[in-house]
Design a protein around this ligand. Structure first.
Ligand code: NAI
Length: 332
């Protein structure tokens, strides 16, 4: 039986993890989940939010499914997500945003793939307090990381029959850092003549996205813009409850929803498990379990077609009722 690491997170994490494990189990695919806890809950007992055992488990299994983990804002420990991405060198964050059947949104025909650089930029965590009234964060952009994320975006576009890759920067202002990212994009693009390229500034991109999102195909962005724009794109297709994601490196991959731990609805059996389920479907494709991935995806879309939705999408189903509806559709 294949062993896969499951970080079940906190907040709504355990609720949606249980729903997703139940659905995968009902599909007939047997997985030996190596459940690993992380975050605030383990600090007291283990002295760190990301114990070595979690990293070792992912290194052993190569693949992990991860539910969200709370990060304290402004103070406290450094984000488990950022640490995980850095320590496993998960340099590419992949977030497909596509209209789902029967999920009502303001736009139709949205099919955007956001490829976000995951290891540097302002998220490198290099900050200092200059004096009581001044703090600095350093934006790090390197040729190595920029070239490999642009290559990842073009490779993804090529393999998935996408037509265009658009690079997003603010190179008119940050001429050195974003300028280097843009230069790397142009260099890498030379090797992919069959794919069209486009260059856009991040402020213009945001305006265009909320007016006419269907004009965009694959977007490649440095870390900070990628984080913000991928939430915006999730909103275009129905919100965080359905937005899937993956962090991919050369050796390991961690699949996780875009959303956070949603403390406002924790423990209420209200959370939408779709984003974690779609992340799990991508994970199954990644480990070549295509038959089960398609079976689960079909059952999920049938559930939407039947009009069964959790509250975030205007429905009445609880997390567990929604999972049961998907399970019922697995064999239809
Ligand atoms: P959030 O994504 O947790 O919640 C934003 C809003 O969306 C809330 O109203 C929430 O109820 C709703 N929402 C999110 N996921 C949902 C779901 N599956 N079903 C239904 N409604 C859902 O963002 P927020 O509140 O900014 O962050 C909360 C915590 O999560 C923070 O500590 C943050 O650092 C952490 N976080 C963790 C991430 C991760 O582990 N990958 C990613 C983003 C945030």
């Amino acid at each position: 039986m294949r062993q896969i690491t499951l970080i079940n997170g906190d907040g709504i994490g355990p609720e949606i993890s249980n729903a997703v494990m139940k659905i995968i189990d009902a599909s007939g695919l047997k997985i030996d989940w190596d459940i690993q806890t992380a975050g605030a809950d383990v600090i007291e007992t283990e002295g760190t939010p990301l114990p070595d055992r979690v990293i070792e488990s992912i290194k052993r299994n190569k693949v992990a499914l991860k539910a969200p983990v709370t990060t304290p804002i402004g103070k406290g420990f450094r984000s488990v997500n950022v640490q995980l991405r850095k320590s496993l060198d998960l340099y590419a964050n992949l977030r497909p945003c596509k209209n789902l059947v029967n999920v009502k949104t303001k736009f139709e025909n949205v099919d955007i793939v956001v490829v976000r650089e995951n290891t540097e930029d302002l998220y490198a965590g290099i900050e200092r307090q200059v004096d009581n009234d001044t703090a600095e964060s350093i934006k790090v952009i390197t040729r190595k990381a920029s070239e490999r994320i642009c290559k990842f975006a073009f490779d993804y576009a090529f393999k998935n029959n996408r037509k265009e890759v658009c690079v997003v920067t603010k190179a008119n202002i940050m001429k050195l850092s974003d300028g280097l990212f843009l230069e790397c994009f142009r260099d890498v693009a030379q090797n992919y003549q069959s794919i069209k390229t486009r260059e856009i500034l991040v402020d213009n991109l945001c305006m265009q996205l909320v007016q006419n999102p269907s004009q965009f195909d694959v977007l490649v962005l440095p870390n900070l813009y990628g984080d913000i724009v991928s939430d915006l794109c999730a909103g275009l297709v129905g919100g965080l409850g359905i937005a899937q994601g993956a962090n991919i490196g050369s050796d390991y991959a961690v699949f996780e929803p875009v959303h956070g731990s949603a403390p406002d609805i924790k423990g209420q059996n209200k959370a939408n498990p779709t984003a974690l389920l779609l992340s799990a479907v991508e994970m199954l494709k990644y480990i070549n379990e295509h038959e089960y991935a398609e079976k689960i995806e079909k059952a999920l879309f049938k559930t939407f077609k039947d009009g069964v939705f959790t509250q975030d999408l205007g429905g009445k189903a609880t997390t567990l009722e929604f999972a049961d509806a998907v399970i019922k559709n697995l064999n239809q």
